[in-house]
Structures are given as structure tokens and as C-alpha cells.
Ligand binder design. Structure first.
Ligand code: GAL
Length: 637
């Protein structure tokens, strides 16, 4: 069969190793069936050991050695790790945390996105790197920086950020009177006389004005976009190779769609076991059950999200190959899981999956992080699974991407709005969108995650858009006037663009008298039961107006109402409630569903259906038994 365009790769740090071993490493990578090697993203101190003294020899030799073995290089720009001399040159380049403390030197990502001189230093080093390697035949792709936002680094509360924020506000609002009016600064005598009087929304006595806080979140996101665009423009002018950035799991504090618009490929770094302990919404039972497999939906969610961010082109740039070092607990994956994670990415449309990292480092911060090789050069268990996938890829039919039947809207701006004013502990936008994603996947559906734009919604029979706190009129019209079954709420249209409650009251959907007359957040131990099964947890709205009852509380209240093809859910439903909603919406949209056993998930491509068993044991499925930590591929149904 014709092999598909899918390939494997690895992250490699030639600067960590004796050059005498590079050629052996390169040969072993190629023999293992790897195509890509990412290098360079943390190597600034070795490329430029002193300001202006450049040492390219080692990087030239490393790239030549890898290329000579038939490998393709992804070259990273080194801007996530400014060397120590940079701090001597620019002592105020550090980001400050919300308490005003500098984020010190000695790890990485300590820079402030708004620092003008650091921005110029990055422009200089990216230009030098792109000048030198832009036409190198072995450099077949680029990566800008490394994991924007990781280690809570999007927001900086520095003087540089303050100055840039004031300029951003002046450009956005035009006059200080307009800003005062838009933010409601009359409340608590917060009116400003000029943009120069505005501070950052930290260190206030009690909470800052939410409009102020949201504006700072938007500004901070724009700073990431601007920084990345600078790099992409420099590289694009010097190279024809595609440009990517490696995003992270559940980092939402900059607009990835906006960063992605300046790039050719979205990539992300997938650490399923680290994430399960660290950032998946899950009970302790769930964490224990999937401790060595990872959450069955969390990686898939990001595959689908970053497919949208990359406008169809995406990779996994770092795939966990064994135990990591950074989560509260760091078990080894069950045998078979590295292969499963790799195939899952391909089933969701990845062009490449690269493992992090080639050889485990015996020194510094990540010495307890597995590689494909052990520190003594023997193969680690992940290497065998990578080899197995490489063999399987050679015989596999091409994966034809297919549009999913369901679109799930993900909106970064809504995420910031929820976090500025959650109204109850634990209520967050990522959590509610992910809860809907899980319900769709439990029903066996493949999902496309889409941005909150009217033009992204065409052609889907079912669209879910929970929690869109700001709903621009064009998007509201598209959602409510289209052909699709649509699920909205809770908090749809709950705030204007400047974070005020709109009047007429939300959700103000076209042609519907529905009004959210009151909102309340609930203690987690006080759920409210629904007639027919399921519960409201955490957040509840009082709905007024006409509409067909879809879900009703045991107290007789309307919890979900419908008019025509639009269903409004005025609550955060638990899994059982969301399963009921999804079943009902799929029946209306004439979409087939599956009753999947726990831990089993499917993904449809154009030609195949992939089954993934995240359970440790053989599990019976509608397609027959699937081995534990196993993958089954079937021709499309
Ligand atoms: C990623 C990062 C890598 C490495 C890895 C360890 O977040 O991009 O450089 O630190 O985590 O799991």
C-alpha cells in the first residue's frame, strides 16, 4: 500500500553530548524509522556565548551530521532561554509575577513579552539563525521559541508591560472618557484622568474591575501574537520551510488561533500521564484508574483543538515516551501506550509525532525524564514502541482526513472572561467545554473543535457552543439561523465586549424571548437532581420565557429549553445530564451514536475507524475484543 504522509521524529540536544556520538545517534534514529529531529530551541548560550560572539561551528556540524543520516531537521529559535549575559545587559527584561516579584534566572521563559530591548535581541538572534540556516537543505521546518505561556509566563506585571498596556488601551479606546464609560469606572470612584494613570490590575485591595482585568488578559495575548509574528516574518523572508510553534496542554491564556494565523503548522507537546495528575479535570478514582494510560479524552481534545489552530496542519512535537519528571506523581506508561498515543495522534490527522527526547539527560532539571534511550545509550521501552509504529506506518494506508459530524466551539476570550469572574470556585471555561467534549466522545462521535467565527460553522449538522460569554451578533445570527442543531449555554452572551451585563438581558438570542433572570453558583456538595436522571452541579441559571422543556429540575424548574433547532442549557450539567443532552441532540441531527465501554474511544478518518482501548485489560467493544492498551483499525463503516 502507499504509505501515508505521516512520519515520526525526536527532540535532540546535540549541545548536551560529545560530538563524537552525534553520528551514532543519527544512524540509530534513522534505523529506528524516525524522519524528523528537532534541535536548537534552548541553545542560545552555545550559539552566542558572549554578546556578539557567535559560534556556529557546532550547530553547522550537528545539522550536517543529522542530514547526512537522511534525517530532516526542525530548527528552533532559542528565544525561550535567554543566556545569563542577557540579564546583565537588560536587568529589567524579567517578567514580574502578580505579586510584583521578578521571575529569576536559572530555568527558562523568564523574559517579559513587552520588554522592547529583549524583543530587539530576539529579532537579532532570529535574523542571524534564519540568515545562516534559511536555505540549509537539511532544515525542513522551523519552530518559534518554545511553549509560549508554559510555567505561567503569558502575563507579566512589569513596568514594560504597564507602559505597553497603556499604549494598547489608548489605541483601543481613543479617549480616557470612553474607557471610563466602557469599564464603569464611576463605581468606587475609579475614574482615570489620563491613560498614564492606569495601572495593571494586580495588588489592588480587593478584586480589580473585571473590565480592567479582561483588558489586561487581551493585551497580554496580543503581546504573544506580536512576539511570534516578529519571528515568523523574519524566518519566512529567509526560508521556504514551514514554520510552527509547539503549544502546550491546557494553556489558554493567549489566543492560539491568532498566533497560529501567522504560522504554517500548529504543534503541541503531549504528556498524557503528566497532564492527568496536573491539569485534567478528574476525580482521584479516575486519576488512579488511568494513571498509566492518561485520560482517554484529554490528548484527543488537544489534537482536535490544534488541528483548528493549524488550519488543518498539525503535529505532536513532543510525545511523552516514558515517565516524566514534573507532575506530582510520574509513573511509567503501560506497555502499549506510547504506541497508542502515537496512533491516536495520526487518527486525528497529525502529520508527524516526535518523541521528547532522544536520550535521557543525566544532569540538570530533567534527569528523571525518560528518553527513547537511557543515559547509558541502551534503548528504553519507548524506543521499541516507536519502532513498532514506524514499521506499521510503512504498511498503513494513507489517512484521509474527514470532517467530523460535530463542531465544538472553543473561544480563548471566553476562557479569560470565565476566569476573571467565575462566580464560584472551580467554574472555568476549559472545564465546561471539556465536559461536553467528553460526552460527545462517550457517544462515539468524532469532533472538530472550531474557533468562534461564523464562517467556521458551515456544514456541521450539530454544533455545541457552551459558555460563550461574549456572543457577537454575527455569530449569534449564524448559530440561530443555520441548518444545524445547536446547543448554547450556560452564560451565553452573559457579558458585553467590555464586560458588562447587557440589557436586554442574556442570552438575547434572535427571535426568542428567553431571558436568564438570575444566576447562582452552587456548592459542589449540593447538586440539584433532574427529572429523568442527571444533576446540575456548580452553576445554575433561572430561565424565563417560552420554549420546549428539554431538561427539568426535580423542583419543576426549566433547566434546558428549546426553540426550533436551538437548545439553551441554563446550568452546568454533570456527565449523566450531558449524556442525555448529547443523545437527544444526535437523534434530532440524525447522527449515529455508539454505546462505548468506559475507557474505549473511536475516531473516524475518511477511510478507517480507529478504536483505542485505554483500559489495561482486553475490552469487548461493538467491533469485537480489543487488547489492553491497544488499537484496532477497521475500514470505515
Ligand atoms: C515540555 C518542554 C520540554 C521539556 C518537557 C519535559 O514542556 O517543551 O522542553 O521540558 O516539557 O516533559
Amino acid at each position: 500500500m502507499t504509505p501515508g504522509p505521516r512520519s515520526l521524529g525526536v527532540c535532540y540536544y546535540p549541545e548536551h553530548w560529545d560530538p563524537a556520538i552525534w553520528a551514532v545517534d543519527a544512524r540509530r534514529m534513522a534505523e529506528a524509522g524516525l524522519t524528523w529531529v528537532r534541535v536548537g530551541e534552548f541553545a542560545w548560550s552555545r550559539i552566542e556565548p558572549e554578546p556578539g560572539r557567535l559560534d556556529w561551528d557546532w550547530l553547522d556540524a550537528a545539522i550536517d551530521t543529522l542530514g547526512a543520516a537522511g534525517l530532516k531537521v526542525v530548527l528552533g529559535t532559542p528565544t525561550a532561554t535567554p543566556p545569563r549575559w542577557m540579564l546583565t545587559r537588560h536587568p529589567d527584561m524579567l517578567a514580574l509575577d502578580a505579586e510584583g516579584r521578578p521571575r529569576g534566572f536559572g530555568s527558562r521563559r523568564h523574559y517579559c513579552f513587552s520588554h522592547a530591548s529583549y524583543h530587539e535581541e530576539c529579532r537579532r538572534i532570529v535574523t542571524l539563525v534564519a540568515d545562516r540556516y534559511g536555505r540549509n537543505p537539511h532544515v525542513a521546518a522551523w519552530q518559534t521559541d518554545n511553549e509560549y505561556g508554559c510555567h505561567a509566563t503569558t502575563l507579566s506585571w512589569s513596568p514594560a508591560a504597564l507602559a505597553a498596556f497603556r499604549r494598547w488601551l489608548a489605541a483601543r479606546y481613543g479617549s480616557i472618557a470612553a474607557l471610563n464609560a466602557a469599564w464603569g469606572n464611576v463605581f468606587w470612584s475609579m475614574d482615570y484622568g489620563s491613560f498614564d494613570e492606569i495601572g495593571l490590575p494586580n495588588l489592588t485591595v480587593t478584586e480589580p474591575n473585571p473590565a480592567h482585568a479582561l483588558a489586561f488578559r487581551r493585551f497580554s495575548s496580543d503581546q504573544v501574537v506580536r512576539f511570534n509574528r516578529m519571528q515568523a516574518e523574519i524566518i519566512r523572508a529567509r526560508s521556504d520551510a514551514p514554520i510552527s510553534h509547539n503549544y502546550m496542554g491546557r494553556i489558554t491564556d493567549f489566543d492560539h488561533y491568532a498566533v497560529g494565523a501567522d504560522l504554517d503548522i500548529a504543534t503541541w507537546d503531549s504528556y498524557p500521564l503528566g497532564f492527568l495528575e496536573d491539569r485534567v479535570p478528574a476525580t482521584p478514582e479516575h486519576q488512579r484508574r488511568f494513571a498509566q494510560q492518561g485520560d482517554p479524552d484529554f490528548q484527543a481534545f488537544h489534537h482536535d483543538l490544534y488541528r483548528a489552530v493549524g488550519r488543518g496542519r498539525w503535529w505532536v512535537m513532543e510525545q511523552q515516551p516514558g515517565p516524566v519528571n514534573w507532575a506530582p506523581f510520574n509513573p511509567a506508561p503501560l506497555p502499549g501506550m506510547v504506541r497508542l498515543w502515537t496512533w491516536e495522534a495520526f487518527a486525528h490527522g497529525a502529520e508527524a509525532v516526535c518523541y521528547f527526547r532522544w536520550r535521557q539527560a543525566p544532569f540538570a532539571q530533567e534527569q528523571m525524564h525518560a528518553g527513547l534511550l537511557r543515559p547509558d545509550n541502551a534503548g528504553a521501552p519507548g524506543l521499541d514502541e516507536a519502532r513498532q509504529v514506524a514499521r506499521e506506518l510503512a504498511d498503513a494506508p494513507a489517512v484521509a482526513p474527514a470532517r467530523a459530524p460535530v463542531a465544538l466551539v472553543f473561544d480563548y476570550d471566553a476562557d479569560w472572561a470565565w476566569s476573571v469572574q467565575p462566580h464560584g470556585r472551580g467554574l472555568d471555561y476549559f472545564g465546561i467545554v471539556f465536559a461536553h467534549y467528553r460526552a460527545l466522545r462517550r457517544a462515539g462521535l468524532s469532533v472538530d473543535i472550531v474557533p468562534p467565527r461564523a464562517d467556521a460553522l458551515a456544514g456541521y449538522p450539530l454544533i455545541l457552543a457552551p459558555g460563550l460569554m461574549h456572543l457577537p451578533p454575527a455569530l449569534a445570527a449564524r448559530l440561530c439561523d443555520g441548518e444545524a442543531e445547536v446547543l448554547l449555554g450556560p452564560r451565553t452572551g452573559a457579558r458585553t465586549g467590555d464586560f458588562a451585563i447587557p440589557v436586554p438581558l442574556p442570552p438575547a438570542l434572535p427571535g426568542w424571548d428567553l431571558v436568564v433572570s438570575r444566576v447562582e453558583s452552587l456548592r459542589p456538595d449540593m447538586p440539584r437532581a433532574l427529572v429523568g436522571g442527571g444533576q446540575v452541579t456548580g452553576y445554575a441559571e433561572t430561565l424565563e420565557g417560552s420554549g420546549e422543556r428539554v431538561l427539568t429540575g426535580e423542583d419543576g424548574s426549566a433547566v434546558a429549553l428549546r426553540r426550533g433547532r436551538v437548545t439553551y442549557m441554563g446550568a452546568w450539567g454533570d456527565a449523566a445530564a450531558l449524556d442525555r443532552l448529547v443523545a437527544d441532540l444526535c437523534a434530532r441531527a440524525r447522527l449515529a451514536t455508539l454505546a462505548l465501554p468506559d475507557g474505549v474511544r473511536v475516531r473516524d478518518t475518511g477511510a478507517e475507524r480507529f478504536w483505542f482501548n485505554h483500559n489495561p485489560q482486553v475490552t469487548e467493544t461493538p467491533a469485537g475484543p480489543i487488547p489492553g492498551a491497544g488499537v484496532l483499525r477497521q475500514p470505515s463503516v
